[in-house]
Write a protein that binds this ligand. Structure first.
Ligand code: 13P
Length: 253
């Protein structure tokens, strides 16, 4: 299966800075079919970035969307508005779950909206530090998945990407070791299989995210069950992000 490297820029870079970063990346990244590279800038940057994007090298993603296609919802952006502009939408990022009280019911509706509009969701799941210390990592992720996927059909899940992002590893520099994440990655694959049948979601891709850098990318990419990386802070640094993309390309020789 091909690998996927996604950069989540979060609430950073206005349109001008976004275009500058994308140009820098485009100068240095060579396209390779076996590695899809997705850039997820803030909504505001999507149109200007799209205008200069080399589509052989990068695809675009959004960081969120509303569950309705249109309506009186001030300040929101729908999946139907994003259609034609992006190919991917991040759903259920822990920063949205925690800071905006997004629960699994809402996330399930957002995933359905993404599927209905023919886009690919990158669904984020993961436990916090307290839950990890209480040995609840697998349970938390399985519960999130079971609820989040409740409105999706097997063919929707075929297009789905699930990013395991332990909250304690996000933006902390404290990245999870391959041994720490192995049981959770296996549980993600097992849960989807249990819900949709063996082979029922053969297109599913599972990513790791949380303090990914150029130096630790390779170890994750070589790990069984991991099809790519969701990168936060390091995706804003051209050198680091190019290093991560190159590590994925080298792993796919
Ligand atoms: P960092 O790579 O900055 O830890 O962020 C990870 C993340 O939240 C990506 O969605």
């Amino acid at each position: 299966m091909s690998k996927l490297i996604a950069g989540n820029w979060k609430m950073n870079l206005g349109p001008k800075e976004a275009v500058t970063l994308v140009k820098k990346l485009q100068d240095r990244v060579l396209p390779k079919k076996s590695v899809e590279v997705v850039l997820c800038p803030p909504f505001l940057d999507l149109v200007p970035v799209k205008e200069i994007l080399d589509r052989q090298k990068f695809k675009l993603g959004a960081q969120n969307c509303h569950y309705l296609d249109e309506g009186a919802v001030t300040g929101e952006v729908s999946a139907s508005m994003l259609r034609g502009l992006v190919s991917y939408v991040i759903i259920g990022h822990s920063e949205r779950r925690v800071q905006f009280n997004e629960d699994d019911k809402l996330i399930a509706k957002k995933l359905a909206a993404v599927a209905r509009n023919g886009l690919r969701a990158i669904l984020c799941v993961g436990e916090n530090l307290h839950q990890r210390q209480s040995r609840l990592s697998v349970k938390v992720v399985v519960d999130q998945l079971t609820a989040d996927l409740s409105l999706l059909t097997a063919s929707d899940v075929d297009d789905l990407i699930i990013a395991y992002e332990p909250l304690w590893a996000i933006g902390t520099g404290e990245f999870a070791t391959p041994e720490q994440i192995e049981p959770v990655i296996s549980a993600i694959h097992r849960t989807v299989e249990e819900l949709y049948g063996e082979g029922g979601a053969s297109g599913l891709q599972v990513l790791y995210g949380g303090s990914v850098k150029e130096d630790n990318a390779k170890a994750y990419l070589n790990q069984e069950g991991i099809d790519g990386l969701l990168v936060g802070g390091a995706s804003l640094n051209a050198e680091e992000f190019i290093g991560i993309v190159k590590a994925a390309q080298a792993a796919q020789v």
